[in-house]
Ligand binder design. Structure first.
Ligand code: IPE
Ligand code: IPE
Ligand code: MG
Length: 244
């Protein structure tokens, strides 16, 4: 089915509020082209741009993308440096487009550990787009689900120690408020490309009732049509949240 036809099948009154994506498969895609892994990351950026535009056009309120995990530091230094510099350059390059489309840019993760140049690009993009509300583009960089939970726990422990919170007030709501995603709602749909069926330490707490969609396509090959397919699939599911 072509893109137009797929688009017409999407129920505009039942869109997921928050879609999260694990953009995986850049390296393996490059391998199939007999190219270096970094070539896959460059091609992957193009897909990211397409999907952000597509999500914005159909009216998805929040799009969260996993750009770099706390485990990705274990890759060869050259690849890590290339990736972080690629993100930095593209955030700068893409900022006017974000502003034109009234997209609010937001980051989460251990930002302070990133190269200064990247921190500056991220902070600048957040600041320049903070008033926009057509869509939130939430980028997870140096993010890990376990880190997020530990960080929330430390925040809460500090508040208890300072007497600003009592132990009996620690519930799901207050805990969520201390996670990096706060105040965003949990994702309704998680898309992972690149064949693997795992969470890879992405949003752990927040995915408790998220619908999972796995695409065999490598991220550089993932298209707007594939994105529509994921949403259509989501719209045919019955979410019960433990009820009958
Ligand atoms: C996803 O593609 C990008 C990041 C993890 C930053 P990969 O680089 O993981 O590509 P594969 O999974 O090795 O193919
Ligand atoms: C998950 O992909 C992280 C990002 C997409 C940023 P990985 O490629 O790092 O995950 P694993 O290693 O296959 O689990
Ligand atoms: Mg991978």
């Amino acid at each position: 089915m072509n893109e137009e036809k797929l688009l017409s099948q999407i129920d505009k009154n039942n869109l997921p509020t928050h879609i999260a994506i694990i953009m995986d498969g850049n390296g393996r895609w490059a391998e199939t082209q007999k190219k270096a892994r970094i070539y896959g990351h460059m091609k992957g950026i193009k897909t990211t741009e397409t999907i952000v535009k597509t999500a914005r056009n159909i009216g998805i309120p929040i799009l969260t993308i996993f750009a770099f995990s706390t485990e990705n530091w274990q890759r060869p230094k050259e690849e890590v440096n290339f990736l972080l510099e690629l993100i930095s350059q593209n955030v700068r390059r893409y900022l006017p487009d974000l502003m034109k489309n009234k997209i609010r840019f937001r980051v989460m993760g251990k930002i302070e550990e990133l190269p200064k140049r990247l921190i500056n690009a991220l902070e600048n993009a957040q600041k320049k787009t903070e008033k926009y509300d057509e869509m939130i583009l939430n980028v997870a960089i140096n993010y890990g689900g376990k880190w997020d939970i530990l960080n929330a726990t430390r925040n809460i422990a500090k508040q208890v120690r300072n007497g600003r919170m009592s132990i009996k007030d620690i519930d799901e709501k207050t805990f969520s408020l201390n996670l990096n995603t706060s105040p965003l709602p949990d994702p309704d749909l998680l898309i992972r490309t690149g064949k693997e069926k795992r969470i890879s330490n992405f949003l752990l707490w927040q995915l408790s009732y998220t619908e999972l969609y796995f695409s065999p396509k490598m991220w550089p090959n993932f298209s707007a049509a594939d994105f529509y397919r994921a949403i259509i699939n989501f719209q045919h599911r019955k979410r019960r949240f433990g009820r009958i």
